[in-house]
Design a binder for this molecule. Structure first.
Ligand code: SF4
Ligand code: SF4
Length: 293
């Protein structure tokens, strides 16, 4: 089962939950593979303790960038009009491609009457798999600086995680999604089985959670949620409950042990199960068991 941990807004504790659940599932449910799908800011391995043994690594060259042959170009400017990504600008009467913005979609070449546009392959980033100190095999991606194909890279990270899971005969994969509702998040959710939305008791976080839920509904996947730092605004819990209309699998209180476990790279699931956050995590894990078995 592919379990995606996501939040409609950044900074809600998504990686905290994904890393600790991965460790608990690995220990108590016959193994797990974790995947860091936040390829613009990957930190799942750090959240699981930082120490790692490299298993495999490869560069990904899947991005395409358009370029114009000015000897062929007749300055009709159809390419400028068709580019949805604002990657072709008009400079001194000529179309100029801004490579950083080019998504390689091919629309400009399709409309070009002079066959003046060609493509070259560029580096998308790197994906690599490690075994963390907690024994969780984890696949992660690293998008090229300024890279724009994060959805593709997320897809490849998930494929790599599935390959490792098949090889190890492991059933469960935990995916730490990027925050928000953009392309990498959609790439994380597509075809996955279960979404755990992490929400904090604030209107902004609930709004993000609702947007995420809409996407999940279109994928017809199972959805549940966890409230993080629930005790910071307990009055708001009713609003979350009624607006999401989902089964909640746990509420985690604010615990100063969490930020210090992060900065010390000592995951709560290994070093702090007797803390307030650790006890709540245990409950989340126990409630999750019925969804994954
Ligand atoms: S569509 Fe082709 S011919 Fe027209 S301006 Fe663009 S590159 Fe030049
Ligand atoms: S390939 Fe797509 S994104 Fe790139 S310049 Fe052409 S139309 Fe724009």
């Amino acid at each position: 089962m592919e379990i995606v941990v996501a939040s409609g807004k950044g900074g809600t504790g998504k990686t905290f939950l994904a890393s600790n659940l991965a460790i608990l599932i690995n220990e108590r449910l016959d193994g797990v593979v974790a995947a860091d799908a936040d390829v613009e800011a990957p930190d799942l391995v750090l959240a699981m303790g930082g120490e790692r043994r490299l298993l495999r690594s490869r560069e990904i060259w899947e991005s395409m960038k358009a370029s114009i042959d000015y000897k062929l170009c007749n300055r009709c400017l159809r390419c400028v009009d068709v580019c949805m990504f604002d990657a072709i600008r008009l400079v001194d009467g000529e179309p100029r491609i801004i490579e950083e913005f080019c998504e390689g979609c091919g629309a400009c070449a399709h409309v070009c009457p002079a066959n003046a546009i060609s493509f070259r392959r560029t580096r998308t980033g790197r994906i690599y798999s490690v075994e963390t100190a907690a024994g969780v095999k984890t696949t992660t991606g690293d998008l090229e600086i300024g890279g724009r194909n994060s959805g593709d890279l997320v897809y490849l990270v998930r494929e790599e995680a599935k390959e490792i899971a098949r090889g190890d005969h492991v059933k469960n994969i935990v995916i730490d999604s990027a925050p928000g509702i953009g392309c990498p998040v959609i790439s994380s959710l597509s075809g996955a089985d279960l979404l755990i939305i992490v929400v904090e008791p604030t209107p902004q976080s609930l709004n993000g959670a609702k947007r995420l839920l809409k996407i999940a509904e279109s994928f017809k996947m199972k959805v549940t949620y966890v409230v993080n730092k629930f005790d910071l605004n307990e009055e708001f819990l009713k609003a979350i409950d009624s607006e999401l209309g989902l089964e909640c699998i746990g509420k985690i209180p604010y615990d100063s042990e969490v930020p210090s476990s992060y900065s010390m790279m000592r995951p709560i699931a290994i070093h702090g199960m007797d803390t307030k956050a650790g006890k709540a995590l245990k409950e989340v894990f126990e409630n999750l068991e019925s969804w994954v078995t």
